[in-house]
Every structure is written in C-alpha cells, then in structure tokens.
Ligand binder design. Structure first.
Ligand SMILES: C[C@@](CO)(OP(=O)(O)O)[C@H](O)COP(=O)(O)OP(=O)(O)OC[C@H]1O[C@@H](n2ccc(N)nc2=O)[C@H](O)[C@@H]1O
Ligand SMILES: Nc1ncnc2c1ncn2[C@@H]1O[C@H](COP(=O)(O)OP(=O)(O)O)[C@@H](O)[C@H]1O
Length: 291
C-alpha cells in the first residue's frame, strides 16, 4: 500500500463534568463523548525522500511541528523507526479551536493511518497510549463512538452507541482557548453538575429524550459568561425544535440534538439568517467503526 485516505471526525461532549484538579494543573473530568459526521480529510502517502511533509488547505494553519497531525507523524516515526518519507495532505472542514477536537482527530487519524500504511500491527490501545502524550482528547479520537471519558479524558469506557439523531453545530466567530477556560474554572463555585448516570441510562435505554434533557457542561459557566452569544444560540436551537442543546467542550461551538432532519434544517436556516455564527453544520451522530 502506497497511500491511505481517512476521515477525521469531530466530537461533541454530551456531558462534561470536572471532578478534581491534579497537581500538574490538569483537571480530572467525567464526560460522555460522541463522534459526529463532520470531518477533515486526510491523505497519507509514502515518499521516496525521507522526512515528514504536511500540506493543508487552510492558509493560516501551521504546517510544521505546531500542527497536531505533524506531531503525531513525528511521534510515530521516532517510536517505530519509520525510515521512509511521509506526505500528509489535510483538508480542513472542522472549525479550529471550536471545542470539536478537530486537531485531536487529525492526530488520531495520522496514528491510525500510519499503523495501517506501514503494517505496524499495533493495537488501538498502543496508539491511544502514544496519543495522550500529545493531547488529552486524542485517545478518544482514536477510539471514536459513544464513550465515557475519565481521568484527564484518556481513561475510556466504551458505551452502547447512542440512538441516531440529527445534530446542528454552530460556532460563533470567537476564539476560545481550552487552557484559559480550564484555568478560569473555580471548582468550589460550580453550582451545577451534569447527571452523567442519567445520560448513560438514556443511552442504554435508547431514549433520546432522556439523553437530551440531561445534557450538561460545567465549562459553560466560564465560556458563556465571557460570550453570551453561546446562550443565545442554545436558545434558538431549542426554539426551533432541538430536544436539547449544549456548548461542546470548552466552546465556543454549540450543538442541538434533533429527532428529524426538517427541524434541524430549519434551525440551521434561522441561525444562518439571524445569528452572528458563520460556521453552521447540519450533521448526524456517527457510530460506525473507524475505517
Ligand atoms: C475541553 C475538552 C473536552 O473534550 O475538549 P476541547 O474543548 O478542547 O475540544 C478536553 O478536555 C480538552 O482536551 P485537549 O484539547 O486534548 O486538551 P490538551 O491539549 O491536553 O490541553 C489543553 C489545555 O487544557 C487543560 N486541560 C486539558 C484537559 C484536562 N482534562 N484538564 C485540563 O486542565 C490543560 O491544562 C492544557 O493547558
Ligand atoms: N490539525 C490541526 N487542526 C486544528 N487545530 C490545530 C491543528 N494542529 C494544531 N492545532 C492548534 O490546536 C489548537 C486547538 O485546535 P482544535 O483541536 O481545533 O480545538 P479544540 O481542542 O477546541 O477542539 C488550535 O489553537 C490550533 O491552532
């Protein structure tokens, strides 16, 4: 095999709770993660000339060691002594720094892709152990599907696939740094914790309404205070028929869960016409195994 093409899919957080802080500054979390069918395209090619080369179609995204896809390739090359050259082409579709784990998912796709391309025969768990060195969300992006994430996000328990539904994702035109949001969170002041058990129960019973009613993210308390537009988008999604809506991760993206595609399209149309959000996607949850 000379070349491999992959889709690097975004995630949403159905719940995000922070339950403690570690001495190194990282936070202990408990979150239910879900893959959605919004993706970047990644092609990896073996090259004659040695070294790693990355090209992206997003002009301002770095193509060097600052890019998580490059970092993932470098870590694989060094760890498994890959001596052939690699060219990675990245077509960016997931908004950047949006709470959707776009960069983490690109890195995950590079780990998985290189494992296949070079017949390394590594287990997913080997790749996940390597992935966490670059970011807390990367192990989940390697696993994909519906999962409970604990520890700093790397301790994963697969859950039954959540019931199919339509998802509208809207990213307001603001930048949010994950590090800033975690740093600004005061653990003693968290007044509302999501009921993770109820959502797991909803997933097991395939009860979309129960899931949607119990969505919750403690990081909203930080990001919404700084950017009230997030609350406005959440309200619009519910007004237009979402069973529930929530900020994803550290934000600023907001998602709404819909039973039918017509309502999802109508909500997206309303946001396109009357909100400041520019990046608006109508997609679905995604639970098939990664190819
Ligand atoms: C908030 C979440 C929810 O899924 O997602 P995003 O909003 O980034 O998509 C994750 O916890 C983000 O994971 P990830 O984006 O991989 O984090 P990293 O790159 O490892 O760390 C970025 C920054 O966030 C802080 N951080 C991250 C994870 C964690 N459990 N506790 C933290 O305090 C770290 O201190 C670091 O400064
Ligand atoms: N391949 C990549 N795609 C997106 N962002 C990347 C990538 N590589 C590095 N980054 C950097 O990682 C940071 C977080 O990006 P991203 O994963 O999109 O956000 P989030 O963690 O909020 O979902 C951004 O500041 C971005 O510049």
């Amino acid at each position: 095999m000379h070349e491999i093409e992959l889709k690097a899919r975004a995630k949403i957080n159905l719940t995000l709770d922070v339950v403690g802080k570690r001495p190194d500054g990282y936070h202990e979390v408990e979150m239910i993660m879900q893959t959605v069918n919004l993706y970047d395209y990644i092609t990896i090619r073996k090259m004659r000339a040695p070294g790693i080369k990355l090209k992206t179609d997003l002009k301002w995204l770095p193509e060097d060691e600052r890019n998580l896809a490059y970092k993932a390739a470098k870590l694989m090359v060094e760890t498994y002594n890959i001596d052939q050259g690699i060219l990675i082409e990245l077509k960016k579709r997931i908004p950047v720094a949006a709470g959707l784990a776009g960069g983490s998912s690109d890195a995950a796709a590079v780990f998985v892709g290189l494992n296949t391309l070079f017949d390394l025969n590594l287990q997913k768990t080997d790749l996940m152990d390597l992935g966490v060195k670059l970011g807390a969300d990367i192990p989940y992006c390697i696993l994909t599907g519906t999962a409970l994430a604990q520890g700093i996000g790397e301790r994963l328990t697969k859950l039954p696939p959540m019931p199919f539904c339509h998802v509208v994702i809207a990213k307001p035109p603001i930048s949010v740094s994950t590090a800033h949001v975690y740093k600004s969170l005061n653990l003693e002041e968290i007044s509302f914790h999501p009921n993770t058990e109820e959502v797991i129960e909803g997933i097991k019973k395939r009860d979309l309404r129960k899931i949607a009613k119990n969505l919750g993210n403690v990081l909203e308390s930080v990001t919404i205070k700084e950017h009230p537009i997030i609350e406005e988008i959440k309200n619009t999604l519910v007004e237009y028929g979402a069973l529930g809506s929530l900020m994803s991760g550290s934000g600023p993206s907001v998602f709404g869960l819909f039973e039918n595609s017509k309502d999802a399209q109508a909500a997206a149309k309303e946001l396109r016409l009357h909100s400041k959000a520019k990046d608006i996607f109508v997609t679905t949850i995604f639970n098939r195994e990664r190819v």
